[in-house]
Design a protein around this ligand. Structure first.
Ligand code: C2E
Ligand code: CA
Ligand code: CA
Ligand code: CA
Length: 274
């Protein structure tokens, strides 16, 4: 058994080294990706249940010069761990607001926040300065935060969210139901909407438990005066079920895939009934 173990170690080691080296390579190129202009944003439509386009969610992409397009799940955790997210997040906010200036006035833009960004001192000042500089109305900006973001420093978090709310920025609670789901957040924090995670949507039309959970979240949100967005809507049956259940906004491949900025106006021409 001992020699077997050693043999296995010998065959696995080079592969492990490769993985580690690749991670280190990725990490090093991540540090300069912003300066090299390798990030770009795709915009995924948020449809309101009447069929008009409520806005678009900004989704970060990295075009690595050698490795091609790298999805956020492969680099955001690394950027977060290396302390790069405040700077990258600020870039996303500016870029998204600048691009959304070209959209019709009823279209909002939703930007995801990472914990580090939100927790860095002066965050609300930077957001309001960015809006001023670009001339983008606060009412057309939505910030999506996850419960994980709120986990630490609760008092300051409440101040931060209240300040954003007073500025007129919309705040949505992302990935609802997948993390800690402490209902106390809903009582204390000024959310305008809740996003039901795609985890509850994927088997919705044939799973009674998912249906119960989705109906519960809709009733909870509406009872608290919040709107509900369902994400990850992939087919017509799901869309119809969610509209009948009272969801306010739908998002997912069935409604529209993430688009390059240059395709947003064309999408609006084809799909917007507003
Ligand atoms: P998220 O905020 O929950 O975004 C939704 C993810 O689901 C996106 O993945 C989107 O492309 C994908 N999606 C949309 N419709 C469907 C569908 O119908 N079916 C399925 N299976 N998936 C769908 P993406 O773009 O890979 O982003 C992954 C995560 O990375 C996001 O999850 C968000 O947490 C994070 N992220 C993306 N951009 C940013 C950013 O600018 N800042 C921060 N902090 N996080 C970001
Ligand atoms: Ca999101
Ligand atoms: Ca508000
Ligand atoms: Ca999600």
């Amino acid at each position: 058994a001992k020699s077997e173990g050693r043999g296995r170690a010998r065959t696995f080691e080079p592969a492990m080294m490769m993985v580690l080296e690749q991670r280190e390579l990725l990490r090093r190129s991540l540090r300069v990706a912003l300066q090299h202009g390798e990030f770009f944003i795709e915009y995924q439509p948020l449809m309101d249940c009447s069929g008009s386009v409520a806005g678009f969610e900004a989704l970060l992409r990295w075009h690595h010069p050698m490795m091609g397009i790298i999805p956020p799940s492969a680099f955001i955790p690394m950027a977060e761990a290396d302390g790069l997210m405040p700077e990258i997040g600020q870039w996303v906010l500016e870029e998204a607001c600048r691009q959304a200036m070209n959209w019709p006035p009823h279209c909002m833009v939703a930007v995801n926040l990472s914990p580090a960004e939100f927790l860095t001192g002066g965050f609300t000042d930077r957001v309001s300065q960015t809006l001023d500089t670009i001339g983008f109305p606060a009412e057309r900006l939505e910030l999506e935060i996850t419960e994980g973001v709120l986990l630490e420093r609760t008092i300051n978090n409440l101040d931060t969210l209240n300040t954003l709310n007073v500025l007129g920025i919309q705040i949505s609670l992302d990935d609802f139901g997948t993390e800690y789901s402490s209902l106390s957040y809903l009582k204390n924090f000024p959310f305008d909407s809740i996003k039901i995670d795609k985890y509850f949507i994927k088997d919705l039309t044939n799973d009674a438990k998912s249906q119960t959970i989705v109906r519960f979240i809709v009733a909870l949100a509406h009872g608290l005066g919040m709107k509900v967005t369902a994400e990850g809507v992939e087919d017509q049956a799901q869309a119809e079920w969610l509209i009948a259940a009272g969801c306010d906004r739908l998002q997912g491949y069935f409604l529209g895939r993430p688009l390059p900025a240059s395709d947003v106006l064309e999408f609006l021409r084809r799909n917007d009934t507003a």
